[in-house]
Ligand binder design. Structure first.
Ligand code: AMP
Ligand code: GLY
Length: 432
């Protein structure tokens, strides 16, 4: 063990400003290596934990310059946008190791059509789909499929480019809005029309280094804005881990039929993937099927997954980046973790910013507050600055206790524009 930690980087840049990045920073702070951590651009909570640099996550040239100026030895990239802009490619040119795929690997998230083609080519379980850039053939195809049906913008749309249409009319509107109306801009110039899958979803986060990989603890997200899975899709309103719907047997099936063939397919396509492959899975009665790949940690999955990982996260991410992941074994806590996202009223549509957030003087044991869309105002007070504002987490021996802890703290955080779902974890709790 000692020889490994000796070679760990002494200075790390974490790129991003959301809850995911705050959770990554907190996990890296637990590393015995005690590396210096800088975050760009960070948020109010991150700035209380580590140094922040005011360079935006999509400013590739600015980030490379920051890395050189601050003598950063390792970069961990949080969000998808810098990955698809080629940040890791540029860092590689500058000789800086990074955790996160290069632009070719990031395309697995940035193009749903590219991913679907790979899934179909390698026989990885997924829903059948058609690809369109013109309205007329798309509408014709719709009439040949069963309703509900799913219409997806090909490109990045911050988790909002997917419409699960309950009627033919709704599907037709989505097609027209994306292809003609310019909804989602260039991301919606091409679309997929995909058969609807039914079941429970799970998020499988995998640390990948070429064909070596480690599957992180399971989790389940809550994508809809409202209780009981109602309202529009969001980036994610809350999570818990483990997702017990993934039984040990099902976990083996997911590994053998989805994760392993995915990792091999990606390598076979000539992509040297070193980063997180996040597989969104629907657990259908016919077996697990891939909904999507993301090429980064999930948000808010990371907030519940990383606290259960007992390994030194820095060691794992560094090994993945350097191609030495083989032989590492994951140690996972038996605790249950749950995260409730506090959002600003209006999210995922328009919402206000600049509302004061007041916290209780102390957070009870087994709870934590992870910052997402927060900033400091002129007086240094924490205010809202984004749609998803905070992730309030609970940790305990049972999911029920973890939920009770998180919800109790949610009630004690004051903010005029706050809203959150009241049923995070309910599906698993009610199943028992
Ligand atoms: P995606 O970004 O492709 O994961 O889609 C976002 C969300 O839309 C997923 O988490 C699902 O809740 C839903 N979704 C996507 N594809 C399908 C599908 N084929 N059937 C049912 N729901 C879907
Ligand atoms: N929570 C889903 C995502 O990170 O895309």
């Amino acid at each position: 063990m000692a020889f490994r930690s000796m070679s760990l980087p002494r200075s790390i840049l974490v790129v991003g400003s959301g809850g995911r990045e705050h959770a990554i920073v907190k996990a890296l702070l637990r590393s015995p290596a005690k590396a210096r951590i800088v975050c760009a651009p960070g948020n109010a909570g991150i700035s209380k934990d580590v140094e922040c640099a005011a360079v935006a996550a999509d400013n590739v040239a600015g980030l490379v310059a920051l890395v050189k100026k601050e003598r950063i030895e390792f970069v961990v990239v949080g969000p998808e946008v810098p990955l698809s802009l080629g940040l890791v490619d540029e860092l590689e040119k500058a000789g800086i190791p990074a955790y996160g795929p290069k632009a070719d690997g990031a395309l697995l998230e940035a193009s749903k059509i590219f991913t679907k083609q790979i899934l179909l080519k390698y026989g990885i379980p997924t829903a059948p789909a058609g690809f369109f850039s013109e309205v007329a053939p798309a509408l014709e195809y719709l009439r040949t499929r069963k309703i509900p049906i799913v219409v997806k913008a090909d490109g990045l749309a911050a988790g909002k480019g997917v419409v699960v249409a309950q009627t033919l009319e709704e599907a037709e509107t989505a097609v027209r809005e994306m292809l003609e109306g310019g909804k989602f801009g260039s991301s919606g110039k091409q679309i997929l029309i995909e058969d609807c899958l039914y079941g429970e979803e799970t998020s499988i986060l995998v640390i990948v280094s070429g064909t070596d990989y480690l599957i992180l603890p399971t989790s389940q997200d809550h994508k809809r804005a409202g209780d009981g899975d109602t309202g529009p899709n969001t980036g994610g309103m809350g999570t818990y881990s483990p997702a017990e719907v993934v039984t040990p047997e099902l976990f083996q099936v997911i590994d053998k039929e989805i994760v392993l063939p995915s990792v091999e397919a990606i390598a076979n396509e000539g992509i040297d993937f070193r980063g997180t492959l996040f597989v969104g899975i629907m657990l259908t009665p016919e077996g697990p099927q891939v909904l999507e790949y993301n090429t980064r940690f999930g948000d808010p999955e990371t907030q519940v997954v990383l606290p259960r990982v007992e390994n030194d996260l820095l060691e794992l991410l560094w090994a993945a980046a350097k191609g030495t992941l083989k032989g590492h074994e994951l140690r996972v806590s038996a605790d249950h973790t749950l995260c409730v996202v506090i959002a600003a009223k209006g999210y995922p549509d328009a919402y206000g910013k600049g509302d004061l957030i007041e916290f209780p003087a102390q957070f009870p044991p087994g709870t934590d507050v992870i910052h997402a869309g927060t900033a400091l105002d002129k007086e240094g007070r924490v205010v809202t600055a984004g749609g998803r504002v905070l992730g309030v987490t609970g940790r305990a021996g049972t999911l029920k206790e973890a939920a009770a802890k998180a919800y109790s703290l949610c009630g004690d955080i004051r903010c005029a524009s706050k809203y959150y779902r009241n049923d995070i974890g309910a599906k698993q709790l009610n199943r028992r």
